[in-house]
Write a protein of this length. Structure first.
Length: 168
């Protein structure tokens, strides 16, 4: 990005018109417009004033757009622009985020297994509750059969009631 493009971009990011910028620099509107279009060579002293108007150092103006971090925040009336001159390596952050994503997936998978397990327990408890209700009606039947098969492996089944025992 050329210097005049950087100046235009920063002016626009501040929400300033060319007229406002020309006024801040004590230039004519056409003189400032020529700077933004790259039609005039700008002296270092003028560039320092431009950087000062933006509230940045001259070095930041030159390095703007070259491996920089841009953070935009604002509402309808104000835009705030922050620029840091630093090279960014996203590979470490990317691998860290991939690791966090994998942890979240594993946690979700574990929670789904736990939900399935709890649903199974609920179903077993419902069946046991139903069996107990039926079992109280058939108490006599079960006691009588138990006395007949006491001490032996057995499996007793009926339509509505199950009783299984292995060993004495």
């Amino acid at each position: 990005m050329k210097v005049h493009e950087k100046i235009r971009f920063m002016r626009q990011s501040k929400g300033w018109s060319q007229e406002e910028m020309a006024e801040k620099l004590n230039l004519s509107i056409n003189g400032y417009a020529n700077i933004e279009r790259g039609e005039t060579d700008v002296q270092v002293s003028r560039l320092e004033k431009i950087a000062e108007a933006f509230g940045i150092e001259l070095l930041e103006l030159f390095s703007f757009g070259e491996k920089n971090v841009f953070y935009w925040a604002g509402d309808n009336s104000n835009n705030h622009f922050f620029c840091k001159n630093q090279s960014i390596d996203f590979s470490e952050e990317k691998s860290e985020l991939a690791h966090e994503l994998e942890k979240a997936r594993l946690l979700l998978e574990q929670q789904e297994k736990e939900i399935t397990y709890l649903k199974d327990i609920i179903n077993l408890m419902k069946n046991r509750s139903n069996d107990c209700e039926l079992g109280s009606k058939r108490k006599f039947f079960v006691r009588k059969k138990l006395s007949l098969v006491q001490g032996k492996n057995f499996c007793l089944k009926s339509e509505n009631y199950r009783f299984i025992s292995l060993g004495a």
